[in-house]
Design a protein around this ligand. Structure first.
Ligand code: FES
Length: 246
């Protein structure tokens, strides 16, 4: 799940409001995810080219982001446009923040670290999505996916005994469904031993907003508990193993 030319979710869309930024990681790379005042989302390296301050600590000003330390301002393409200590300077084109590919699908912000990544294969969700929660767990993305595959979904709006179906619908994205309900779970590998899971309901806000979100938030918290407390393997005592072998 962690190669540079694969798309990964790095945030729930609703978590980054216009005019805000947040720091995150993907496969060990520090990233800033920010949204300009007109709603466009951006994913960049989280490092100011001047002295290395995290840009996620900075301020969004219209369609620019300003570094907290000395106020250098970068436009939405990552190009430095203004240096407060030298207001009349034409800023050299070489002062630029590395920017990454960006898409918004399934209620999540997606990026790929490699510029030559193919198109994101997550389809636009025709019915809309309702955000649930992002959880952070101390295990690899593969271990979290294995725990998800063994989980059961209690439906919100259908028969309580509906069968749970889990399928990988794209790299880093699983669909979990039971009855009429369907969740999408995006996997973000922060590092080899830390993973974020971003969860949305695939469905209409008028059906799920409020009590539906609360219902599936409980499911998400239960999933985190199961990931962090995997069932212990019972190791038979040597005497019992011998007895069972006879
Ligand atoms: S470190 Fe960012 S402006 Fe100086």
């Amino acid at each position: 799940m962690t190669t540079g030319n694969t798309w990964h979710p790095v945030s729930l869309s609703h978590a980054i409001e216009p005019g805000t930024s947040a720091g995150t990681r993907l496969s060990g790379e520090d990233l800033v995810v920010w949204r300009d005042k007109s709603g466009g989302a951006h994913v960049w390296e989280d490092r100011c080219p001047h002295r290395g301050m995290r840009l996620s600590f900075g301020f969004v000003r219209g369609d620019h982001i300003a570094c907290l330390y000395h106020g250098w301002q970068y436009d939405s393409g990552g190009q430095c446009r203004y240096i407060p200590a030298h207001p009349d300077l034409e800023v050299p084109k070489t002062i630029k923040v590395p920017v990454y590919l960006i898409e918004e699908r399934a209620g999540m912000i997606w990026t790929a670290l490699a510029a030559d990544a193919g198109p994101l294969t997550v389809a636009a969700d025709e019915t809309g999505t309702v955000p649930v929660h992002s959880i952070y767990v101390d295990c690899s993305a593969d271990a979290a996916a294995a725990a998800l595959e063994n989980s059961k979904l209690v439906p919100f709006s259908a028969a309580r005994d509906a069968e749970t179906k889990i399928a990988a619908v794209a790299p880093s994205l699983y669909a979990v469904s039971a009855g009429h309900d369907r969740l999408l779970v995006g996997f973000q590998s922060l590092s080899e031993q830390r993973t974020a899971l971003h969860v949305v309901i695939s469905g209409l806000p008028e059906v799920y907003q409020g009590s539906g979100q609360a219902h599936f938030l409980n499911w998400v918290l239960g999933l985190r508990y199961r990931i962090e407390n995997p069932p212990k393997k019972v190791v038979p005592s040597p005497a019992r193993a011998v007895a069972e072998a006879l």
